[in-house]
Every structure is written in C-alpha cells, then in structure tokens.
Design a protein around this ligand. Structure first.
Ligand code: ADP
Ligand code: MG
Length: 380
C-alpha cells in the first residue's frame, strides 16, 4: 500500500479540504475481448483528470460497464493499460485500487443497520471504533441521512437506501468513486433530487467521479465531461456543451438532444452544400474535423436554431432556407415544438417556437430557415 492509501484511512471529517482532491485515471489502448464478434471495449484511450466528474454515456451494450469494471479491477484487461495517478494498476486486485463503487441495486447488507453498513469498509480497514463512529456520523450528514443509524435497509425507501450505499462508497475516502447507473432504479422525481445531491457531494468531497448512464439528460446535468460510447469505442469526449454544439458525428448529434438531419450523401460539399433542390451556404467553422469533403456527411440543425415563418420575405439575407409544412404542434410549457415536414421528401423535423406564437397552425405551408453558423456538418 502506498502512503496516500494509508492516509485515506486516517480519521477526519468528511468535508471540503479534508479529502484528497482525487486521482487521475488514465486508460491507454484499453481493450476487453470476450471472444464475441466485436470486443466489448475496443482500444479506448482516455485521461480522467483529478477531481473531474466524467460520465460514460452510451446505448445499452456499448461497453460502459465493462470499462468501469476494468478500472475497478473486477475484470481483466485483454490489452492496454490503466494507471491511477501515473501508477499502472493493471494487475492490482480491486481492494488495492482503493476505489469506491456504487451500483444500481443498492447491494446493502440486509442484516446490518445503516451505521453498520456504512462502517463496514472502515472495519475492513481496521479503523478504531470511536473513529468509525465519528466518520459514519459525518458521512451520513454529508448524504443528508442523519438519525437513521439504527434502521435496517428494509425500513428505508429506495432513495434512502441509495444514500446509504453512497455513504458506504465514500466513507473510506477512496481515490475515486465509480458509479454504474446508480439512479436507474429510482423514479423520475427522485432521480432529479439525487442528481443534485451527487453533484453537491462531488463538489464537497472533490474526488474524481466516473458515472455511467444511458440517459443523455442525466449526463448533461451532471458532468464536467462526457465520454460517449458506441460499440466499445469512444465516439467523442467533451463538455456537455461541446458534444451538443459541436458533434463530430451523426451518432453524437443524435444521441445528445434533438436535431434536424439533412443527409448530404457522399456528394461532398465545398463553400456550398446541396440538398434536394436547395443550395445552402457552408460556414467552414461548422464543419466537424472528420467530415471529409468526399465522405458521407449530414447537416444537423438543432430545433432551437430552426426558425419558421409564413412570410418568406421576412427571412434575413444569408440564411439557409427550406420549404416546410406544419404537421403538428406540441405544447411544452415555456415553449412549443412545431413538428415539420421539410422539403419535397417531407423529411421529419422540428422547430422550437414561442409558446405565445398563435399564428402558426397545423397544415400551414411555411419557410424554415437558419443561419449557416448555427448548422453543423458531421460525418454520417
Ligand atoms: P453497457 O454497460 O454499455 O450496457 P457492457 O459493458 O455491459 O455494456 O457490455 C458490452 C458488451 O460486452 C455487450 O455486448 C455485452 O453483451 C458484452 N459482455 C459484457 N460482459 C460480458 C461477459 N462477462 N461475457 C461476455 N460478454 C460480455
Ligand atoms: Mg452497463
């Protein structure tokens, strides 16, 4: 055990400053091959910075859990290396990596009280009884579950049980916390509340969090950065805003948020791009780096960037336009969504319109437009 691991079992209040700022997790060429057609994780390289909130986002089966398990040491690498703060941990058993884990099913010990559950990792580490009691009480305050020490898990709600599991995962001040769809079993409202709590706890303890989810909204709400998984590979890494505003591929554009997608085929584009009978301006700043001139490309326009008008003469000069009809209107509270048929092929699209705009009706023939700098050309 390293000196920093020794430090982690010293008693101390779980509060800002009392906990290490977290570890760096560096994956290099990480591959896990179960002998299926494709490796479950395929040559993933990624550096998660100390104290960062990193989310692994992606569809079911894309390799998120396998990657997390490789970091935790629950699974063995087929190829590649994993380093914690620069030290290769590829052959270290899980308990020597000193990482906290939180899963979807709370996995509490049913025959132990809340205090015994939370104190378990400290008893494993042979901490003195009085120190354990203090640390358990501090961490139950941190997860906002005071006064429930003597309850058994079955006496708590799902959300409360997950708070206990979270307390148990951080009570020993791990190098980093790995969370695999921890809110997946909770209802929508509770998910929202616990998302805020996890964010706050991340801020307060300051250690590195790696959070797995397939829910794009959850990923957008929580993360400093998102690594988007697709078929065992990382499709793109970036801040939520980078992934939303500047997707490199159609997969990323479609996975994060709604988009209007105009397929350009393999025809390529230069300063202009053609779609059906239209010719649109291309702003070079909006072209993704992998969207080559002679490869399959698509133009993506977010619903909030697609404007609609019944009066074509009101469209500003320089805008890209397409004829459209209104297929439906959805009331969303603070705004409405117009579902559109775009162009001759009646491509399905959507625009966000003002909730008070009562001029637009279903069946209207309209012009949809956007500024060239608000589109994104991605590889498809
Ligand atoms: P995710 O967490 O993104 O849903 P997983 O990492 O669980 O995805 O799985 C990635 C791929 O690896 C899937 O095709 C899955 O079926 C396969 N896989 C996961 N674990 C095993 C295993 N122990 N044995 C064989 N295949 C596995
Ligand atoms: Mg999974």
């Amino acid at each position: 055990m390293t000196i920093s691991n020794e430090k982690s079992v010293l008693p101390g209040k779980v509060s800002p400053g009392a906990v290490r700022r977290g570890t760096q997790i560096r994956l290099t060429g990480v591959t896990k091959d179960y002998g299926l057609a494709l490796p479950a994780v395929n040559n993933v390289s990624l550096t998660i910075e100390p104290g960062e909130f990193m989310t692994f986002l992606g569809p079911s089966g894309s390799g998120k859990t396998t990657t997390l398990n490789l970091i935790a040491g629950f699974d063995t690498l087929s190829k590649g290396t994993i380093a914690l703060n620069g030290t290769d941990v590829g052959t270290l058993p899980p308990h020597k990596r000193n990482l906290g884990m939180l899963f979807q099913n709370y996995a509490l010990f049913p025959h132990m009280t809340v205090a015994q559950n939370v104190g378990y990792p400290l008893r494993e580490r042979k901490m003195a009884k009085t120190d354990i009691a203090r640390r358990v009480s501090d961490v139950l305050d941190l997860v906002r579950l005071p006064g429930r020490d003597e309850n058994y898990p079955a006496q708590l709600s799902g959300g409360q049980q997950q708070r206990v599991a979270l307390a148990r995962a951080i009570v020993f001040q791990p190098e980093a916390l790995l969370l695999d769809e921890p809110l997946g079993a909770l209802d929508r409202n509770l998910r929202g509340t616990l998302q805020e709590e996890i964010r706050r706890i991340h801020r307060e303890v300051g250690s590195t969090f790696v959070f797995v989810t397939h829910d794009q909204d959850e990923a957008m709400n929580l993360s400093d950065r998102i690594a988007l998984f697709n078929n065992g590979c990382i499709e793109q890494v970036g801040t939520p805003e980078q992934l939303y505003r500047a997707p490199e591929t159609l997969f990323t554009a479609k996975f994060l948020g709604d988009s209007n997608v105009f397929d350009l085929g393999d025809a390529g584009f230069g300063t202009q791009a053609g779609w059906e009978d239209r010719t649109w301006s291309v702003d070079s700043r909006t072209v993704a780096s992998h969207a080559g001139v002679l490869s399959h490309a698509a133009i993506v326009v977010r619903p909030e960037d697609l404007m609609v008008t019944r009066d074509p003469s009101s469209v500003p000069a320089g805008a890209n336009t397409v004829s459209a009809s209104v297929a439906d209107l959805e009331y969303m509270g603070s705004y409405r969504t117009a579902l559109l048929h775009l162009g001759r092929s009646k491509l399905r699209g959507r625009a966000r319109i003002d909730a008070s705009d009562s001029l637009l009706n279903v069946g209207d023939s309209i012009t949809a437009w956007w500024k060239p700098e608000r589109q994104r050309i991605v590889s498809a």
